[in-house]
Write a protein that binds this ligand. Structure first.
Ligand code: 0X9
Ligand code: ZN
Ligand code: ZN
Length: 421
């Protein structure tokens, strides 16, 4: 027995040493560049496919945020200077942001789950188990499926009674967007424990299907190895680059209109074919199996503070665009009323952001008949980007709950919560 313990202990050291080979971002900077044309936006995006030295944090029609290896800064500056593009430092040292994010870990790490720090997948799973054990009559486990690396993809259903309209939440499909699963787990807890009358109504008169971490492999990888990882972890035949952008992999106008990349080394690589990524296929199969029970689809992302409506693959507005916008506006207005005054904008993805094909919310809208379907890009607008400080988790969660109350209220008012089953 003793020998066994020693073997285990030395294995742990080995693993710890392995964990020491984390990707570091010392003196990497993030620049905010104001672009004047789609060509300029595209050029900067192209520079970012040199993924060792550059990484796209955000790309919009007016502004691009790009992370740069200090040694390669000149490549970017040559371009921005020749076109006199205004360029400002958003993050001066990415590694210090990452270090700051980790430093809030304390001794209560193992004893309780909370929302003052970010947790690894194992802790999120333990949280789900706790919740399922504590609220057995209103919660049930959802087995979404298995990831490429063999991890379980888990979800939870909250249902207080028969005959409720359904709301589905897909979260952390992009590995580095940690605030999404922190928010999803907080929401689960809040729906079950809040005594606020409005929240009780939200919880008990709707069925909630919540998948806090869809991209489980990528998420685990952001904790062990590379904080800035976005994609899945499935190798690509004939390429040294790993993973696809799972939010370009849904089978809805896949790879149309330049809304995704066919280059496996790009951050928006669409995969070898629709649903090539097992995590995306699993989610799609599950959603398809309950689609008649779903009235609203929400995909949690970060960052930018924007509600994105369909479509991402075309600028043509969907049939109920006015309603989609009215419901988004309700969310935005309600959040702005809070003391934090967080400003959410809204609009169609292809208009306000960029062409993005094969995304979850378009697929849910077009292929599964879920007429209210949003991508919500959480805090912030670029100060910290993906590395939102833990101190902001709870205020952000309040924002989200307030937004959701308004969103669901407006959806009801416009007749979108009528049962389809
Ligand atoms: O590019 C994405 O997948 C999302 N933005 S992120 O910065 N989190 O990567 C936006 C997806 C928009 N949805 C549609 N294309 N409909
Ligand atoms: Zn098409
Ligand atoms: Zn995302």
């Amino acid at each position: 027995m003793k020998a066994f313990v020693i073997v285990l202990a030395s294995l742990a050291t080995l693993l710890a040493v392995g964990g020491a080979s984390k990707v570091r971002y010392d003196n990497f900077k993030v620049f905010k560049i104001r672009t004047k044309s789609v060509e300029q936006q595209k050029w900067i995006e192209k520079l970012a496919s040199d993924s060792k030295n550059f990484n796209l944090w955000h790309s919009g029609n007016k502004e691009v945020h790009i992370m740069v290896n200090p040694q390669k800064l000149i490549n970017l500056q040559n371009y921005t200077r020749s076109y006199s593009l205004p360029m400002e430092v958003m993050v001066s040292n990415v590694q210090s942001l990452i270090d700051g994010e980790q430093s809030t870990r304390s001794t209560d790490d193992t004893s309780s789950f909370g929302w003052t720090r970010y947790y690894p997948l194992s802790a999120i799973e333990a949280f789900l188990d706790d919740i399922l054990a504590k609220y057995p009559s209103v919660t049930s486990a959802i087995d979404i499926g298995t990831s490429y690396e063999g991890r379980k993809i888990r979800g939870i259903k909250i249902s207080y009674k028969e005959g409720n309209p359904g709301i589905f939440i897909e979260s952390n499909i992009h590995a580095r967007e940690w605030i999404t699963s922190a928010t999803a787990t907080w929401l689960i807890n809040e729906l079950l424990t809040s005594t606020d009358e409005k929240v009780r109504n939200l919880a008990e008169n709707h069925d909630w299907y919540i998948v806090p971490v869809l991209n489980v492999d990528g998420f685990a990888y952001t904790h062990t190895t590379d904080r800035m990882w976005r994609k899945t972890r499935q190798p690509v035949d004939g390429s040294d680059c790993i993973g696809a952008d799972p939010n370009r992999n849904y089978d809805s106008h896949w790879m149309e209109n330049g809304g995704a990349s066919s280059n496996p080394c790009d951050e928006t690589y669409a995969g070898s074919q629709p649903f090539s990524e097992p995590e995306v296929k699993a989610l799609a199969d599950y959603v398809a199996s309950i689609k008649d029970r779903l009235n609203i689809m929400l995909a949690f992302h970060s960052y930018s503070q924007v509600l994105l409506t369909p479509y991402g693959w075309t600028k043509d507005p969907p049939e109920n665009n006015d309603d989609l916008i009215a419901v988004a506006k309700a969310y935005s207005d309600a959040v702005f009323e809070l003391p934090y005054q967080t400003k959410y904008t809204y609009g169609a993805t292809a208009d306000v952001m960029y062409f993005a094909s094969g995304a979850c919310n378009d697929w849910a809208y077009s292929e599964q008949n879920i007429s209210l379907s949003y991508t919500i890009e959480f805090r912030d607008t670029g100060r910290y980007g993906f590395i939102l400080p833990p101190i902001q988790i709870l205020p952000h969660c309040e924002d989200t709950l307030t937004g959701l109350l308004a969103l669901v209220g407006k959806a009801d008012e416009l007749g979108y919560l009528a049962l389809k089953y």
